[in-house]
Design a protein around this ligand. Structure first.
Ligand SMILES: [Fe+2]
Length: 474
């Protein structure tokens, strides 16, 4: 869309119906892009030298992984925040006022994230990452925002145990989901932002800076909007066993802005492209922030639009989640009907030369998939162009079970990070990620599966699969 301003109805439908828009034009577009580029180049030069800067200047941020050491990425993000933070608040305000047409008072989130994703295989094996420095100016601002609230204040000046309820916080465990993958290689699983302690009724601004493509973009799940979903408090992502709709891998050109309601289930396509994806996200609340879900931590700090208009950034306002309560206000829909999946558990031990009967051939309709557990083996069985096919169903990226994923006549989509596996050969676009193949055949009206004897056939295609955290092992 190349209009500079959304209509009132369009904004209302983001909030109520989960509409989303990719804006090629929006408030301060060119000024902001120039400032971001400048801040990147300065940070790159300060952290990795002038030669690195000129390479990135010549080839673009999408080639960052070729020149800038991933070990320093958190330091680069800290540099970007220090130099751009106030500009980004002001820009968010102007998008709210000019592009979304919001009237005072509305609220600009204090929480801004740069999302720099190197190609996954490179990021996975990058080794130790240097920690980001504490930005004291930022700590002091937050403390100032909490001045009348001693419990919150002591967290910022180092006397408290952290800005969240420690008992609840201890439940969240990123390792349970991401295993030993270093932080810059992690991608969000499907979630709604309120599961992360964000407020209801927000509008996310997802700004594509460079290198965003369908193999590393943000994934929306539009058909899940307004439907009841359970989340896992350990991972903060969708709880397993709930089937989800086809992923929409949003195409967003460099410099374009995606606006969407973060109460829509969304996640990140693991970067299986060969470029670095550079994006940033922030958020606007048209009304006073309200919280509902019991989360591990809460995003309670916001700037009022009137303050930001005056470029007054020293006083973010705190909305304690226990006082500013509310209900979700999206249009509610029925539970998602599922993806034509039959789930079975069969006794038996898989071995080459020992076929295991799964079900009657009649039961496997053309567009159905069967998720069958045979001992510790988790398989998926379907007919691809009439031919029976069977594969291991744990995604080699993080060991996520494909049973919950959407499938069409060509591919099955990992319900974690969007990788599409061919129903015919179990391969994906990325040579490192393929599904382990099993032999499947029909005899006397029964479907059988069998382990393929030779090692080459029974291994996932390509590179070593990642070792996920223990709970994901088959
Ligand atoms: Fe999110």
């Amino acid at each position: 869309m190349n209009r500079k301003r959304l209509t009132r109805d369009e904004v209302a439908s983001i909030l109520a119906d989960g509409a989303h828009y990719v804006l090629e034009d929006y408030a301060l577009r060119d000024e902001l892009q120039a400032k971001i580029r400048q801040a990147f180049l300065e940070g790159i030069e300060a952290l990795a030298g002038a030669a690195c800067r000129s390479e990135v200047e010549a080839h673009g941020l999408r080639e960052l992984h070729r020149y800038f050491p991933l070990a320093k990425i958190h330091k680069l993000e800290a540099h970007l925040m220090r130099s751009l933070q106030d500009e980004l608040y002001y820009w968010s305000y102007r998008v709210g006022a000019d592009t979304l047409g919001l009237a005072h008072p509305f609220f600009v989130d204090h929480f801004i994230i740069f999302r720099i994703h190197y190609p996954f295989l490179l990021a996975r094996d990058a080794g130790a990452i240097e920690p980001a420095p504490i930005v004291w100016k930022e700590r002091m601002r937050l403390a100032y925002g909490a001045l009348r609230d001693w419990d919150a204040l002591k967290d910022y000046v180092g006397l408290g145990r952290g800005p969240a309820d420690e008992k609840v916080r201890s439940v969240h465990d990123a390792f349970a989901y991401h295993g030993d993958i270093p932080a810059p290689a992690r991608s969000h699983g499907p979630h709604m932002d309120t599961w992360y302690g964000h407020s209801y009724d927000g509008i996310n601004l997802w700004l594509s800076i460079d290198g965003v493509n369908v193999d590393n973009t943000v994934i929306l799940y539009p058909d899940m909007f307004g439907r009841p979903l359970e989340f896992d408090p350990v991972t903060m992502y969708i709880a397993r066993g709930q089937e989800i709709c086809k992923p929409l891998k949003v195409e967003i050109g460099a410099g374009d802005l995606l606006v969407f309601n973060p109460e829509m289930l969304h996640g990140t396509q693991v970067n299986i492209s060969d470029v670095t994806r550079v994006a940033l996200t922030t958020r606007i609340n048209p009304g006073q922030p309200r919280f509902g879900v019991r989360a591990s931590a809460y995003m309670e700090h916001w700037y009022r639009s009137e303050d930001v208009e005056r470029r007054e950034f020293s006083r973010p306002r705190r909305f304690p989640h226990d006082k500013y309560r509310g209900e979700q206000s999206v249009r509610a829909r029925d539970r998602y009907p599922g993806n034509r999946t039959m789930r079975l558990a069969v006794e038996g031990e898989m071995a080459a030369g020992r076929p295991i009967p799964v079900c009657s051939a009649q039961a496997l309709a053309r567009d159905l998939k069967i998720a069958v557990d045979i001992g510790k083996h988790k398989l998926i069985v379907w007919r691809a162009a009439g031919e029976l096919r069977a594969f291991g169903r744990l995604c080699p990226h993080l060991g996520i079970d494909l049973a919950d994923g959407y499938h069409d006549e060509r591919d099955i989509y990992c319900p974690g990070h969007g990788i599409a596996y061919s129903l015919t050969d179990g391969r994906s676009k990325c040579a490192a990620f393929g599904l382990r193949e099993y032999r499947a055949f029909e005899r006397d009206g029964t479907i059988y599966v069998e382990r393929i004897g030779n090692e080459a056939g029974s291994k996932p295609a390509g590179d070593r699969p990642h070792q996920p955290a223990p709970e994901h092992h088959p």
